[in-house]
Design a protein around this ligand. Structure first.
Ligand SMILES: Nc1ncnc2c1ncn2[C@@H]1O[C@H](COP(=O)(O)OP(=O)(O)OP(=O)(O)O)[C@@H](O)[C@H]1O
Length: 257
């Protein structure tokens, strides 16, 4: 099922005096059941793209459709039932526990300060189980390490239980073991619960090996295809424009010369 479609989308920032176009002519279609990674160098516009398709910042031009409906037609609550978003930004300090923070993911289904139903509690427990953070349940979230906090935010998105999950650099603070388990968890969510999971990352080797599809952003290039097709097109061969980093097509890994 098509979850996201963009037509002639142009992304960037507008101020009173100027318009800064980050990328344009973006025409993509994303489907449920797929794990899709978004890759590209620092500052190329990955966060801008993710924030635009989540309705956080306005598109400069073109259209965004979520489940066949224009994103501008959604109310905030309707949007929260379709799309969950995990950003890298820190939250304002409060005394919420990890459990309470994850429970906020259920807000579209309860109401403000609404009581959690047994179904809500099951979804929260399930999300904590999947992300292996049961032991953090009663901790204040501001006491957590960056990596633990990142997992909690992912658990909140899982508890929100939307058909579309978007994560901006979810693996940044994780060690290799936890990166691999996160990627496998995202893959499982996509494949076993038929969600569309889109995430940005700088962990290229893992993205190439574990994603179903890759969206690659480069200057004036916006490519969307399977990892193998992109490898065959030689897209990764000169990815870094630097002779000291080479892509090995056999092992699907970047190698230092
Ligand atoms: N609020 C803003 N107003 C104007 N320009 C911005 C704003 N936020 C980001 N930018 C600029 O937009 C460009 C793209 O930034 P963005 O954060 O989307 O890149 P990114 O690919 O996510 O980078 P990274 O991998 O380093 O996180 C950068 O040049 C950045 O400086």
């Amino acid at each position: 099922m098509e979850v996201l479609k963009t037509t002639d989308l142009q992304i960037g920032y507008q101020s009173n005096h100027s318009t800064k176009i980050i990328a344009f002519d973006i025409n993509i279609s994303l489907h449920s059941g797929k794990l899709i990674s978004l890759i590209g160098s620092n500052g190329i516009g990955k966060s801008t793209f993710l924030k635009t398709i989540s309705g956080i910042i306005p598109a400069l031009d073109g259209s965004i459709f979520l489940n066949d409906q224009k994103i501008s037609n959604y109310t905030a609550t309707e949007l929260a039932e379709v799309l969950s978003l995990v950003l890298t930004e820190k939250l304002p300090t409060s005394s919420l526990t990890v459990y309470e923070l994850i429970a906020l993911g259920r807000q579209p289904y309860t109401n403000w300060l609404g009581k959690l139903s047994p179904e809500d509690e099951i979804k929260i427990d399930n999300a904590m189980q999947l992300t292996q953070i049961n032991d953090l349940r009663s901790r204040k979230y501001y006491e957590l390490s960056d990596g633990q906090f990142q997992k909690v935010m992912i658990a909140r998105a899982i508890a929100q239980d939307t058909p579309f999950i978007i994560l901006d650099e979810p693996s940044t603070h994780l060690d290799l073991f936890h990166k691999v388990s996160l990627f496998k968890l995202l893959q499982k969510l996509a494949h076993e619960t038929n969600k569309c999971v889109l995430f940005s990352t700088h962990d290229l080797d893992l993205a190439i090996q574990l994603s179903d599809e890759i969206i690659l952003m480069k200057e004036n290039i916006f490519k969307h295809n399977s990892p193998n097709e992109l490898i065959n097109q030689g897209i990764f061969d000169n990815f870094f424009n630097d002779d000291s980093i080479r892509f090995d097509r056999n092992t699907k890994q970047f190698i230092l010369r």
